[in-house]
Design a protein around this ligand. Structure first.
Ligand SMILES: Cc1ncc(COP(=O)(O)O)c(C=O)c1O
Length: 443
């Protein structure tokens, strides 16, 4: 290798146990990303690729934003760290106040965490604590959805619905259950935008109410748009129906907006875009444009005020993390909000939606394409699995895309897409052109 990045390539590839990775395959044919700018990554071979995934659904404002980097450097030089356990630094309060302006009423109190997984586990715990304070301690069941992804903490994994993630870890938390997934209805294949059919799948919650009793159920958690399971869009009317059922049965509705937050759907939150407000919202990833880990759980007065009022008797609410509200992460979050606000990035996916959908659906007749899902700046091209070798076609096409200059992520045999929100129309067209060529070349 003869280029400027040579010295960045490591010799020992086994010290680092890589997350969510096939260790052997990666190490046999490693790829090292060494820099990023705007819409592009560069690897150690000097090869540039368009970032079709915004990192992992998180670099929503594009790479290497100087305003954020400067804010981080300045904060490090001023106050590198102060904890928030019965103490405070101003930034966490300022940042929380700014965040709540971007989420729908009545969500207006922020609990800071450090990852999507921590946010989910925190949200589930808040739901349990809320019912207990409300005199309904029997409400302990937590309901997720098949194919859902809510991170890898024990809580999130237990309500998650992806068998490959759950299986290696045994029984997980007791008292969890799952409503049916929304994916795979024949009538919804190649739908433009939200799938027209399947809103009644939300009624599956009624089945669980009848099975367990509503007074045993604390909360139901869903991703408004399923991401890591392969981009599964909610059928028209589905989320509203779920909301109605939760209201009817006193069950809290949690929206896991770790992916759908921060503009991905054409509004700051999917709750806003779909006009359905949850009782608890989680968010992470895009809130610092992925520069520094921080995440947030946002709740209404009805959950925060009783805990606050009781603090004279109960003292501390026994939950939190060393780095909850880390000042450097808060500085990064504030600077990221500056960019989102100044550049109107939360609204941009709505403006680009037609171009996005035209480009995505142009692949409908390509060989082996069995579904295209596309909404705002989110999508998936689903390929027919090779006989006896599921996931290989998706992986092979994604590899070819990378060689041709677009980095897209295979999940099973679906290529999932969630580019930075700064993407241009020409770059949208280019990504789908590359995918189309790769599909034909790989076969
Ligand atoms: C909906 C959702 N929830 C939670 C998580 C977990 O986030 P993290 O990997 O930051 O723990 C993810 C990650 O992709 C996610 O998509």
């Amino acid at each position: 290798m003869n280029n400027q990045y040579h010295n960045l390539v490591p010799e020992n590839l086994d010290a680092f146990w890589m997350p969510f990775s096939a260790q052997r395959q990666f190490k046999e044919d490693p790829r090292f990303i060494v820099s990023a700018q705007g819409m592009y990554y560069t690897d150690s071979q000097g090869h540039e690729t368009l970032d079709g995934s915004a990192g992992l659904w998180c670099v929503n404002a594009g790479h290497h934003r100087k305003h954020i980097n400067d804010a981080i450097a300045q904060q490090l030089a001023t106050l590198d760290f102060a904890h928030s356990f019965n103490s405070g630094h101003p930034l966490a309060f300022h940042y929380a106040s700014r965040l709540i302006k971007h989420v729908p009423d009545p969500l207006n109190h922020v609990f800071f965490t450090n990852s999507g997984s921590e946010s989910v586990d925190t949200a589930l715990k808040i739901a349990l604590a809320y019912h207990r304070r409300n005199g309904e301690a029997g409400r302990q069941r937590l309901i997720g959805r098949e194919k859902g992804y809510h991170g890898m903490g024990f809580g999130g994994l237990s309500v998650g619905g992806l068998v490959k993630n759950r299986n290696p870890f045994g029984l997980l938390l007791p008292g969890t259950d799952h409503i049916r997934q929304t994916h795979g209805l024949e009538a919804n294949r190649f739908a433009r935008g939200l799938p027209p059919e399947g809103k009644e799948l939300a009624l599956d919650l009624q089945r669980l109410v009848e099975l367990h009793g509503a007074d045993s159920i604390a909360a139901v958690i869903v991703e408004p748009i399923g991401g890591a399971g392969g981009v599964h869009l909610p059928p028209v009317g589905y989320l509203q129906l779920l909301r109605n059922l939760c209201d009817e049965h006193g069950i809290l509705l949690i929206f896991d907006e770790v992916i759908t937050g921060c503009g991905r759907t054409g509004a700051c939150t999917a709750a806003e875009r779909f006009g359905v407000v949850p009782d608890i919202m989680t968010t992470a990833k895009g809130i610092t444009n992925a520069t520094i880990p921080i995440s947030a759980v946002i709740v209404p007065d009805s959950m925060y005020e009783p805990i606050k009022d009781a603090s004279g008797d109960i003292g501390v609410f026994g939950h939190g993390y060393t780095y909850s509200g880390h000042p450097v992460a808060c500085a990064a979050g504030m600077a990221t909000l500056d960019i989102y606000e100044q550049e109107g990035l939360f609204e941009r996916p709505k403006a680009l939606q037609d171009t996005w959908q035209d480009a995505a659906l142009s692949l409908s007749d390509f060989p082996n394409v069995i579904d295209v899902r596309c909404f705002a700046l989110l999508g998936a091209i689903e390929l027919a699995p090779r006989e006896g070798a599921p996931m290989q076609r998706g992986a092979a096409v994604a590899k070819r895309c990378y060689e041709k200059g677009a980095w897209v992520r295979p999940i099973g045999d679906s290529l999932v897409l969630s580019p930075p929100l700064i993407i241009s129309e020409a770059e949208i067209k280019r990504i789908f052109e590359i995918i189309g060529e790769a599909i034909c070349e790989v076969g």
